[in-house]
Design a protein around this ligand. Structure first.
Ligand code: GUN
Length: 288
């Protein structure tokens, strides 16, 4: 009988650490040269528990690397005018290189207007429509954090992307849509599945790489992938106080050639790419 080799578990932490180590020494050098550290403003409106966790991790990582953080935790009842005023102040603050507005914003705020108000050169999430457009056209400087984290992770684990067929489940503005573009730039052939796709399994079963980013716990089951496929799980769902991805990890791990765990997979890469974007913005500001 053919011996089944075990799947590569693609953990994000070692990849993220390698990247942040490099950033730490770059920051040291640049800070010595410019006389100031990079600055990241973090705006969190309201009390969303998941957002609070993400923001805490982002700020902790930034501090560890020598990035100065400007913490703006604002009560839920903030109005749109005050939010735009804050963004405007951060835009003109020379100590701030990157501005992160944690999403989702409370429902009464206009998210798109707020994201459009962020200065293009401080938009470290790449959420401004103009930066998104530049990215789509391969003219951008920064890449969106989670999508870029996925690409870096696949490269680290030596998963070939060029020429491969990728089934992407989910078309969100933050993950699915921009990731489809970055994968296209890597010369993959992409099919984007979503809530109106008639038979998602029929698409995923044909794919060399399956990426799940739809936000439904354990949606991707073992019968939905071909033997030896690569699976990337971008889902973070809270089920009975536990974090569960969009993939049925335990069932898939015996069938695939590589898979990301949740937690500990793509998550740390998102944070690392945010740091990379902040340092890139700092470098550009420092060089005038
Ligand atoms: N909410 C969920 N993911 C993200 C992200 O990557 N950046 C921001 N700012 N908010 C988010």
């Amino acid at each position: 009988m053919e011996q089944k080799t075990s799947a590569i578990v693609m953990k994000g932490k070692p990849v993220a650490e390698k990247l942040t180590e490099r950033l730490r020494s770059e920051i040291e050098g640049l800070a010595a040269k410019t006389g100031r550290p990079p600055g990241l403003a973090v705006v969190l409106v309201g009390e969303d528990p998941a957002s609070q966790v993400y923001v805490r991790i982002k700020e902790r990582t930034a501090k560890k690397l020598g990035i100065l953080t400007f913490d703006h935790r604002i009560p839920e009842n903030l109005d749109q005018g005050d939010l735009l005023d804050l963004i405007s102040r951060l835009n003109s603050d020379p100590a701030v290189d990157g501005i992160l507005i944690q999403l989702p914003l409370p429902g009464h705020l206009n998210e798109q207007e707020a994201l459009r108000a962020v200065a293009l050169d401080k938009d470290v999430d790449v959420f401004h429509p103009e930066n998104f457009g530049r990215m789509a056209l391969k003219q951008g400087i920064l890449r969106p954090c989670t999508p870029a984290g996925v690409i870096e992770m696949l490269k680290h684990y030596e998963i070939e992307i060029e020429g491969k067929s990728v089934a992407l489940i989910g078309r969100s503005k933050i993950v699915g849509l921009p990731l489809s573009l970055l994968l296209l730039h890597e010369n993959a052939t992409i099919t984007v599945c979503h809530s109106r796709t008639s038979d998602i399994g029929a698409v995923t079963r044909e794919a060399d790489i399956v990426v799940a980013a739809l936000g439904r716990p354990k949606f991707l089951t073992a019968d939905m992938v071909k033997e030896g496929a690569v699976v990337v799980d971008i889902g973070i769902n809270r089920v009975d106080e536990k974090l569960v991805g969009d993939c049925d990890y335990d069932a898939l791990v015996g069938k695939v050639s590589a898979i990301t765990p949740v937690p500990g997979g793509v998550g740390p890469m998102t944070v690392a790419m945010l740091m990379a974007n902040t340092v890139r913005a700092f470098r550009d500001h420092a060089s005038g």
